[in-house]
Design a protein around this ligand. Structure first.
Ligand SMILES: [Fe+2]
Ligand SMILES: [Zn+2]
Length: 446
């Protein structure tokens, strides 16, 4: 029966059409589903799969156990919290085969009767959203895109196009809140303007999203020049591009840098770079270096003392942290706290350094970086896993200083808030990973 199904080239061509639908968002997919009703269903006991053919002629295959596991009835699924109630191993044979599979008269529902009499009634729209990729398709897709998330990559030309919004508007308007978090998710950066220069403003943003992340340096950190500095950050030296706290096992995902006071003289500006964009260049131009940097752990260490007392941190992770498809999750570049490459023997160390140079040179390339000098009242908010930040050096004079307040938010709460707002404002849950897709949109100036 499998031979009757659409496989090979014909299948790929058709499924690309479907992928195109999803690129444009769920709203479009739902719209098309009004026309893409289920035309027919076949089931193959040998393959243990059901194949649904949609009205436009495309097909998707669903293993029996996958359909039984994902039954949406009130016995199997607690819709209020999107949690499974079914105890699959206890209640369902892994080789379960339906007694009967059929499409409702209006072609919008699939009804499945299981051997124990249990009935699953699955919506066409749900089935479309939960469709699985074919093996050949996954192989093609795993080579595409540098990350699984739907992000837009940028270079130095992005300087004049960084999304910005007023502090009060974020606090008072959910549409602006959504745009702020969505910009942060998609571009990895957003600029908050017109913030009253006083204490407690970063807490307000943190509380809006969920909470600020506590670290050994406090909940908020004042980054001003200190006489007895425990970090280069508190001096007036140039600060090279870096990601914060790579030695933390749960590294903070988002950083907020709020400018209280800025020097009027030269320097003290922030350098910013989209490391995912740079990693994509590296993957193309020096794949061997990319590969080494994704596979080799770097040891990071930082010790000292701050408001919570003495600390001595140590952690190891690759500079380019990837998922099981080899797609980027984090860039952990931090020159200051980098100790050594772990498990790299003497005869491979030169090669490792060459890979490190290959990445770092590209990160520093002016075509990949832009400089923004914060003004009092501005907060630059960026993805600490993706956008590396640094600072140009400056000279302190007697009457002027430079003072920034810094804080962190975890991506967990920020993505959750973005999805909640998206649903509320009818924009869909936007910060979702997709099991079949990998998308990176190149950014172009409008
Ligand atoms: Fe930093
Ligand atoms: Zn059920």
């Amino acid at each position: 029966m499998i031979s009757m199904w659409r496989t090979g080239l014909a299948y790929l061509r058709l499924s690309n059409t479907l992928t195109g639908v999803q690129h444009r968002g769920l709203g479009t997919a739902s719209f098309l589903l009004n026309k893409l009703l289920m035309k027919s269903v076949e089931h193959s006991p040998e393959q243990k799969m059901v194949s649904i053919t949609w009205q436009n002629g495309t097909s998707n295959r669903y293993p029996y156990i996958y359909l039984r596991d994902n039954c949406q009835c009130t016995e199997c699924f607690f819709e209020e919290s999107s949690q499974r109630l079914l105890d699959i191993v206890k209640d369902v044979d892994v080789n379960v085969k339906p007694n009967k599979v059929e499409i409702s008269d209006d072609q919008t529902k699939l009804s499945i009767i299981w051997p124990d009499g249990h009935i699953s009634l699955l919506d066409a729209e749900w089935l479309f959203q939960k469709r699985l990729s074919e093996e050949t398709e996954s192989e093609t897709k795993s080579c595409e895109g540098v990350t699984t998330r739907k992000v837009t990559l940028w270079g130095s030309e992005f300087k004049d196009h960084v999304p910005h919004m007023k502090f009060e508007d974020i606090l008072n308007d959910e549409e602006v809140q959504f745009n702020w978090l969505n910009s942060l998710y998609r571009y990895g950066i957003a600029l908050v303007t017109d913030t009253p220069v006083q204490e407690g403003q970063l807490e307000k943003l943190g509380n809006l999203v969920g909470y600020l992340r506590m670290t050994a340096y406090g909940k908020t950190i004042l980054v001003s020049t200190r006489l007895k500095a425990n970090s280069v950050a508190y001096t007036s030296h140039t600060l090279p591009l870096h990601s914060d706290l790579p030695y933390y096992e749960c590294k903070p995902g988002i950083q907020l840098l709020f400018c209280w006071e800025q020097i009027p003289t030269k320097g003290g500006a922030n350098t910013l770079v989209d490391s995912f964009h740079v990693a994509q260049q590296l993957k193309k131009e020096d794949p061997h270096a990319y590969n080494l940097l994704t596979k080799t752990h770097v040891l990071f260490r930082h010790s000292g003392a701050d408001i919570l007392g003495e600390y001595d941190f140590e952690g190891a992770r690759p500079l380019l942290e990837v998922d099981h498809h080899g797609r980027l999750l984090r860039c952990n570049h931090n020159e200051g706290t980098r100790q050594c490459f772990l498990g790299v023997p003497a005869n491979k160390t030169q090669e490792m350094y060459e890979a490190y140079y290959s990445l770092t040179k590209r990160l520093k390339d002016p075509k990949n970086m832009f400089v923004h000098k914060l003004s009092p009242g501005e907060i630059v908010v960026f993805d600490n896993d993706r956008v590396l930040h640094g600072r140009t050096g400056y000279t302190l004079t007697e009457n002027v200083g430079r003072c920034l307040e810094s804080a962190y938010i975890d991506w967990d709460v920020a993505r959750s808030k973005l999805n909640v707002l998206g649903k509320k404002l009818n924009k869909g849950p936007v910060a979702r990973m997709d099991s079949t897709l990998s998308v990176t949109h190149p950014w172009t100036a409008a």
